[in-house]
Design a protein around this ligand. Structure first.
Ligand SMILES: CCCCCCCCCCCCC/C=C/C(=O)SCCNC(=O)CCNC(=O)[C@H](O)C(C)(C)COP(=O)(O)OP(=O)(O)OC[C@H]1O[C@@H](n2cnc3c(N)ncnc32)[C@H](O)[C@@H]1OP(=O)(O)O
Length: 238
């Protein structure tokens, strides 16, 4: 009895340190468990598909519903920034680039769904998210195995750039189809007197990885030094 009271006091102290209340903490535990499960379901579906068919062709189609569901659900992370006091800017770039990849590239342009680059970023995202959400869950429960903490703040060193390569190759593969179809573009003359070319927009998105990705990567390296090596890092306000 005394021990369980002590345990709950330790938990309360830990959460007070993070400034998270009981309701927010309960919600985050639920959210992180749901997301870990979602990405695990995706991992299993991908492995099963590949083992049954022996090819990646048709894999995206078979998992697209689950992927859209869980990746879109991640928009909630912008709200979570207010709870866990983390950078909304960094999270915003990360989440919006993922939503963009799913909805406005892979989902919209059927011809590229069988590209190897799609499978590359899907596998990398899946490995990342299973590790990340299980880290958050165990951390909130104050029972964090060291290997999960290590994996969360080490695997990204390789996974992040490889994931970005997969995404950029996929956008690159989409370019000819976008140019040919004129999709999501607005040509003059039109009643709004505005022109928009999705093809050039995609070129700008690709170029924007050059200044933006290093910011995310260095943010993660700082997090790594803080969490694994206990360095005190003073971050600038957004
Ligand atoms: C309109 C089109 C726009 C297009 C834009 C294009 C440009 C894009 C350029 C960039 C492209 C990036 C593409 C992405 C590719 C990939 O993802 S590839 C796969 C590999 N990816 C990764 O490894 C991802 C690494 N990134 C992240 O983990 C995050 O997304 C992040 C936002 C960068 C993480 O930042 P942050 O939240 O600040 O770090 P953490 O250390 O994880 O958390 C900080 C503290 O907050 C707590 N916390 C956060 N979320 C939760 C939660 N859900 N539940 C509980 N707690 C949470 C966390 O525990 C930390 O708290 P403390 O432990 O107390 O410090």
């Amino acid at each position: 009895m005394a021990s369980s009271e002590e345990d709950s006091t330790v938990e309360e102290k830990e959460n007070n340190k993070r400034g998270i209340g009981t309701v927010a903490r309960t919600w985050l535990i639920f959210y992180n468990i749901a997301m870990t499960t979602g990405w695990l379901v995706l991992a299993i579906a991908m492995i099963r598909f590949y083992m049954q068919k022996g090819s990646h062709k048709g894999l995206y189609r078979s998992i697209q519903k689950t992927l859209k569901y869980f990746q879109t659900f991640a928009l909630l992370e912008l709200v979570h920034c207010l709870i866990v006091h983390t950078s909304m800017l960094v999270t915003g770039v990360q989440v919006s680039s993922r939503i963009f990849m799913v909805w406005f590239i892979t989902q919209s342009i059927k011809q590229i769904q069988n590209e190897e680059s799609v499978i590359l970023f899907l596998v990398i995202w899946t490995m990342t998210e299973i590790t990340r959400y299980s880290y958050y869950t165990f951390n909130l429960l104050n029972h964090l195995p060291y290997f999960i903490k290590w994996a969360r703040y080490t695997l990204f060193i390789i996974l992040y750039p490889v994931g970005v390569v997969g995404e950029l190759l996929t956008i690159y593969a989409a370019l000819p189809y976008v140019q040919k179809s004129g999709m999501y573009s607005l040509r003059l003359p039109n009643k709004y007197n505005v022109s928009f070319d999705y093809y050039y927009f995609l070129l700008i998105v690709m170029a924007s990885y050059i200044p933006l990705f290093p910011q995310l990567y260095f943010h993660m390296l700082r997090q790594r030094r803080k969490v694994l090596h206990g360095e005190v890092i003073v971050e600038k306000d957004d």
